[in-house]
Design a protein around this ligand. Structure first.
Ligand code: NAD
Length: 444
């Protein structure tokens, strides 16, 4: 009998995973506790912005391979593989909060007993979770359903928002943490359609799979942070971080990606995953000193950028700032831990007013800031602004008409947190221009 898949939690990871499994021919049932979201999805309405997902979603709903429910029970009865794609936010002490995952596991166990299900259920942890979570999930399941056949697999997800469909459809690697042969064969079967070009599926124990995910995100956060730290040094000694980036990036041992200096990493993954790894390492007596430094430098990076804005104006009271970019990175509407918010908070605190624009993240931002900031079109935010602050590197910000901008803005000042523009060209525009790890153009 072919596998029947359930995806529990239809956020960025769950919705993409469910849709892509359906696209590969499986029947997929997606479960979410958010009834409004489920209703929208039933009508193929997108609850998030993710390029390329919308038409796959519509097609698979139409072909009746993809269905949505709020009832976990339906999934437990009908599906033999249940993917947990649930939030694992940071708790107060930085540790990953496993409540969503453990509660769902307990509920699955209880529903197996209630419905007398004797066929095995494979519970796949796709959420990012600390080492030892597969064992905890297994324990919760055994307590809830001692006589039922449950197998827990750790299958961390590496998709990037903005490229999530591509990443899921053609993963560079798939990680399956299980020592159970039956589960291993099923997992291989589910992922085979996505690795036809020869990319590997690595099988390993559950703990190594769990650590692999935190190690990957922490390493990338560290790479970005190294460049941010170096950027401050470059400013001081008169070097240009962009030249340094291209020089070291062409060394294949280092690689070109994740070397862009900016205003610090944000998003729904790096900040919380770095915190969770630090907490996990601390609590078993092997602190990861390097990751503590990464966190500290990342925090400082946003502050450093804000301080430069503040210093330029002496006082921000009564100043009006335009902000381009709210999402934590381009090609997503995700604003969790967005560096832009940290800058905006500080600007407001200092008495400035803010008008902001983002191609996709305005609705999510409005929910947080309400009318404390103005939301306008890209060119309208510049009207009478004392400065433009660029927080996200959306492609549409790369080639603006600087003459038109000058005619709209009150003062001709740009603080570019993403190094979008070439210094030599900026010198000709007449703008004062401050970026990261490079000389400032002050027009003095
Ligand atoms: P999300 O917040 O976008 O989605 C979570 C979904 O789960 C929401 O729709 C929520 O309503 C639903 N939910 C909560 N409790 C539920 C329950 N009991 N039953 C059913 N649904 C429930 O989260 P996300 O960004 O998709 O992340 C999920 C996990 O995947 C996290 O652990 C995250 O770290 C990890 N991850 C995320 C990404 C990413 O780029 N977003 C990438 C890789 C891994």
């Amino acid at each position: 009998m072919s596998n029947r898949i359930a995806v529990i939690g239809t956020g960025y990871v769950g919705l993409v995973s469910g849709t892509c499994f359906a696209e590969s021919g499986h029947k997929v049932l997606c479960v979410d506790i958010d009834a409004q979201k489920v209703e929208k999805l039933r009508h193929a309405e997108m609850p998030i912005y993710e390029p390329g997902l919308e038409h796959l979603l519509a097609r698979n709903i139409k072909e009746e391979r993809l269905t949505f429910t709020t009832e976990l029970e339906e999934a437990v009865i009908n599906c033999n593989v249940l993917f947990l794609c649930l939030p694992t936010p940071p708790g107060g002490d930085g540790a990953a909060d496993l409540n969503f995952v453990l509660k769902a596991a307990g509920e699955i166990g209880r529903l197996m007993v209630k419905n007398n299900i004797d066929e095995p259920r494979i519970i796949v942890n796709k959420s990012t979770v600390p080492v030892g979570t597969a064992a905890k999930v297994g324990k919760v399941l055994k307590e809830a359903a001692p006589d039922k056949d449950t197998i827990v697999v750790s299958n961390p997800e590496f998709l990037r928002e903005g490229f999530a469909v591509e990443d899921f459809m053609k993963p560079e690697r798939v990680i399956i943490g299980t020592e159970n042969d039956y589960a291993r064969d099923i997992m291989r079967d589910l992922y085979e359609p996505f690795v036809r070009s020869g990319n590997p599926i690595y099988f390993m124990d559950e703990k190594s799979a769990e650590v692999s995910k935190y190690a990957a995100n922490s390493f990338l956060a560290m790479k970005i942070t190294f460049m941010n730290d170096l950027a401050a040094y470059c400013e001081e000694v008169g070097a240009d971080i962009e030249n340094v980036r291209t020089s070291i990036g062409s060394d294949s041992r280092i690689g070109k990606r994740f070397l862009f200096a900016g205003i610090g990493y944000g998003g729904s993954c790096f900040p919380k995953d770095v915190k969770a790894l630090i907490h996990s390492a601390d609590s078993c007596g092997t602190p990861l000193k390097i990751m503590n430094a990464v966190e500290e430098v990342n925090k400082f990076q946003t502050e450093r950028f804000f301080k430069r804005i503040e210093k330029r104006f002496t006082s921000l009271k009564g100043k009006h700032l335009a902000v381009w970019g709210l999402a934590f990175k381009p090609n997503t509407d995700d604003v969790r831990e967005a560096p832009a918010y940290k800058i905006i908070d500080k600007l407001l605190e200092a008495g400035a007013s803010v008008a902001a624009y983002d191609p996709e993240a305005v609705e999510n931002t409005r929910k947080i800031y309400g009318d404390r900031i103005a939301f306008l079109k890209r060119d309208e935010v510049l009207k009478d602004a004392d400065a433009l602050v660029i927080c996200t590197e959306w492609t549409e910000f790369r080639k603006p008409d600087f003459d038109v901008m000058k005619s709209d803005m009150k003062q001709h000042i740009i603080f570019d947190g993403r190094n979008l523009y070439d210094l030599a060209s900026m010198a000709e525009t007449g703008f004062e221009y401050y970026s990261i790890g490079r000389a400032s153009i002050t027009n003095d």
